[in-house]
Design a binder for this molecule. Structure first.
Ligand SMILES: [Zn+2]
Length: 107
């Protein structure tokens, strides 16, 4: 699970990556394992960098457009963590993170 994916998007962000775990700020439930490329504030989660959990991967694996993307919610307390967006520059689907809705730690 700890294998880092590298491709042109990684390179575009300086080549460094780290694995993060995001938890719900309300209840502490773990929401998502995520590979962040490059440095800077975590504003969005690209679907192709989400590493787990399995249920979340299952719910997004068949998603290819914003209109069929679900919101990212805590499966424990239903808090809203992220909403669907397209990062136009790269035409990549992502969740725009709701500020203050999560805490994160580096693996
Ligand atoms: Zn929660």
């Amino acid at each position: 699970m700890k294998v880092i994916k590298k491709n042109r998007f990684t390179k575009a962000r300086g080549g460094s990556s780290k694995l993060l775990v995001l938890s719900c700020a309300k209840c502490g439930n773990e929401i998502v394992n995520y590979q962040k490329d490059g440095i800077g504030t975590l504003l969005r989660l690209y679907l192709d960098r989400i590493r787990g959990p399995r249920e979340l991967l299952n719910s997004i694996e068949s998603v290819h457009e914003k209109s069929t993307m679900p919101n990212l919610v805590c499966d424990h307390c239903s808090a809203l963590i992220g909403v669907p967006m397209i990062y136009e520059v790269e035409n990549r689907l992502a969740f725009r993170l709701i500020r203050g809705s999560f805490s994160k730690k580096t693996l």
